[in-house]
Ligand binder design. Sequence first.
Ligand SMILES: C=C(O[C@@H]1C=C(C(=O)O)C=C[C@H]1O)C(=O)O
Length: 488
Amino acid sequence: MTAIQYQLDQRPTYKDLYQFLLTCKESLSDHQEQRIASISLTIESVDLLAVLNSIIKPNQRHFYFEKSGHQEAILGFDIALQLKTEGARRFIKAKEFIETALAKTTQFGDLNAPFSGAHFFCNFSFFDTSEEEAFPAASVFLPAWQIARFSDLENRSNWCLQDPNDRYTVVANVVIDADFDPDLAVRKLWQTLQKIQAVRYEVVNLSDATKTFFQQKFVAPPDQFIASVCSALDLIQADHFYKVVLAQALDIFSPLPLNLVASLSNLQKLYPNCYIFSTSNGNGSTFIGASPERLVRIAEVSATRTLTTDALAGSAPRGKTPIEDAWLANSLLNSQKEIYEHQVVIDSIMQHLKTLGLSPRLAPARLLQLSNIQHLQTPIRARVLSDVHLLDAVAELHPTPAVAGAPRTLACEQIRRFESFERSLYAAPIGWVDHRGNGEFAVGIRSALIKGCQARLFAGAGIVAGSNPKKELAEVQLKLQALLNAIA
Ligand SMILES: C=C(O[C@@H]1C=C(C(=O)O)C=C[C@H]1O)C(=O)O
C-alpha cells in the first residue's frame, strides 16, 4: 500500500487530485488490473445523520457506527469494493479480502488525521450461514465515501450539538481501471464533496417525526419463551451445559414507512452510552440498534497497540426512584446468580484471548447504567502485537457466552433448538477495520431489522442455574420496550 502525503495547511486543488488519479491510472500494469485510490481530506463540521437523511438514497448501501459516549461516529456509503461470504472461515475470508484490497490501494492525504485512510465496514450474522435473505453471513465493503467525526473531549455534555473542537474527515475511495477517466472522476468528487458540505446547515428536525400506532406480534408467544427457559433449566440441572442465551423476536407493523434517521436519532438521545449503528443492504432492509456491548476494539493507547473488550452480563431494571434504583443496583452487585452469569463470560473471554497468545488483564467489575436497565460490566485489556488482526480477535471471541452461552457449541445447538426465528445480524459482530488493522466491533444486541413499514425487534437474556423464567421474560420485554420507544 502506498501513501502520498500533502501538507496539512494546504487543501488539495482540482489539479492536485487530477494529477494523483492520473498517476494511479498510469501505474496500471495491464488492461485487467484494478487499483483503488483513497483520498482523505479534512472538512468543516457536518451532521452525519443529516447526510444519511438527505444524500444517501434508499438503494445505496450505508453503514453508520457511533461509539458509545458519542466521541466518534463514522458513516460510509456507496460501494467501491465488497465481499459477501459465509461459512466457518468467514472472518478469515473477510480479513484476506481487506488485505488484498489494501495491497492495491494508493492513499492520498494526511494519514495521521483521525479516521483518515481506507476503512472497511463489516457485518456478520450470528451463525456462520444465514437463512435470512436480507443479509449474508458475512459482508464487508469499502465505501465510495466515508465521513467521520472525532471529538477530543472526554465528557461532552452537549453531545447532540456540533462542538467546535470536533474534527471531520472525508475519505473518497475510487476504483481505477483501464476505462477510468481522471477528469470525470475529479469533477464527480468535487460535486459530492460540495453536496456533503452543503448539508452541514440543514436542520433535521427529528423530534417532530410522527409517532405512529404500531401493531405488534411476538414471533413466538411469551408462554413458549417461558417453556423454553424451563426446558433449558432442566438441561442445565442435568449438567448438559452451564448457560444459554435465549432471545425473543417482536414484529411490528406500521401504517407508514418507518423513519430510519428519526429512529437513530431517538436511540442516540435515549442511549448516550451505547453504540448506535445502522447498516443497510441497499435493497430496502436496514439493521439498526443501540448496543451497550463492545465485542472488541484495537487501537493505539499511549503508543501501545491495545485490545479492549468487555464482559457484559447480569442485568436488573432501573428503579423508578433513586432509592429503588440504588436497591436494585446493590442487589445486582451482590446476587450470586448474576455474578456467576457474569463470571462465565469473563472466563470464556480470558481463555479465548489467551488462545490468541495475549496476556489479558481485568479491570474491576462495575455497573453500566442505561436509561431502562443496568448491567454488570468488566473491561478487559491486552497488549497486542502486529500479527494479531482485529478480525482474528472477532473470530476468536464471537459468540461470547453473553449472547450464546457456555460451552459455546452446545449453547448454540440449544439456541437453534429453542428459538423459532433466524437471528440474522442480532447478537453478531458489527463494526469497522481501518487500513492499519485497527478498529472496533460492537455486539449487535438491542437491535431491529427494518424493511419499509415493518420491523423485527430482537432481545435476549442469559439463562443459568437459578434463573427465574418469569423474570427472564420480563427482562427481555424490558429490552424490547426500550427499542420500541425509539422506533419512529
Ligand atoms: C442478549 C442480550 O443481552 C445480553 C444479556 C444480558 C443478561 O442476560 O444479563 C446482559 C447483557 C447482554 O450481554 C440482549 O440484549 O439481547
